[in-house]
Design a protein around this ligand. Structure first.
Ligand SMILES: Nc1ncnc2c1ncn2[C@@H]1O[C@H](COP(=O)(O)OP(=O)(O)OP(=O)(O)O)[C@@H](O)[C@H]1O
Ligand SMILES: [Mg+2]
Length: 236
């Protein structure tokens, strides 16, 4: 049975180390719980550690100390790259501010690529990619390359790509940061639909208009959570 909590962090610290050996402490004791099916926004000052925290949750970076429970399992001390990549590929979908699409591949190929890596046959992965494109209104752009698409369309492509392997958790770092406000709000409608379909979403944003779509806002400041249940008026 699915656990109620998707993510639990206990006293998580993270430091980076510079080439000269200096320690840069970034996360300074993060305690956090995120339930399965929740849509949370992560806000806070620039340099406060939001991307770092998202990368830790996404198992892209190791933590320096503390505990990380994913679906009830302590994965904070797992060091084996193969296991970490497996967790990441199976459970996490990533959406970035700058889309990170392959410019030489069509929308369809960009979206299908993670399914290719996961070993899916072409027919299966391209059918799934087409269904995802249809669900976000870009089915007629399947053969376009990223430079032939608007920013909002490119972000939809990257959302489809993040969903192709059916992750439980969607991690989005300023997904509307490169978009005009209308396109940004369209992306938020897609996120709201994904939440309704049971996805857990963790989204970094600097914009309260965008954060309003989340169930609650977690505020980070100087590497600590200063509020984990801030409510902005909901849009839906
Ligand atoms: N690889 C790294 N090596 C050393 N320091 C780093 C590294 N990555 C990030 N930092 C430092 O960690 C701090 C937090 O960075 P992070 O990217 O998590 O902030 P953020 O909250 O996402 O900021 P922004 O809102 O500007 O994106 C910054 O002070 C940054 O200089
Ligand atoms: Mg950031």
């Amino acid at each position: 049975m699915k656990k109620e909590l998707a993510i639990k962090l206990n006293n998580v610290h993270k430091s980076y180390f510079l080439a000269n050996g200096d320690e840069v402490p970034v996360l300074k004791g993060i305690n956090l719980e995120i339930k399965n099916g929740e849509f949370v926004a992560l806000m806070g000052e620039s340099g406060g550690g939001k991307t770092t925290l998202l990368n830790i949750i996404g198992v892209l970076h190791p933590l320096s100390s503390g505990e990380y429970y994913l679906d009830g399992e302590n994965i904070g001390e797992v060091q084996d790259d193969f296991t970490l990549a497996y967790i990441r590929n199976k459970k996490m979908g990533f959406v970035f501010q700058q889309f990170n699409l392959y410019l030489r591949l069509t929308a369809l190929k960009n979206i299908s690529l993670p399914a290719l890596y996961a070993g899916q046959e072409r027919q299966v992965r391209e059918k799934k990619a087409m269904e995802l494109m249809e669900s976000v209104g870009i089915k007629n752009r399947a053969e376009y390359k990223p430079t032939e698409l608007s920013g909002g369309q490119q972000q939809r492509v990257s959302i489809c790509r993040s969903l192709i392997n059916d992750p439980e958790i969607l991690l989005a770092d300023e997904p509307t940061g490169a978009l005009d406000s209308k396109s940004g709000l369209e992306i938020m409608k897609i996120f709201s639909d994904l939440k309704k379909r049971g996805k857990t979403i963790i989204m970094v944003t600097h914009t309260s208009e965008v954060a309003k779509y989340a169930d609650r806002v977690i505020f980070l400041r100087d590497g600590k959570v200063v509020d984990n249940d801030y409510k902005l008026t909901s849009h839906y």
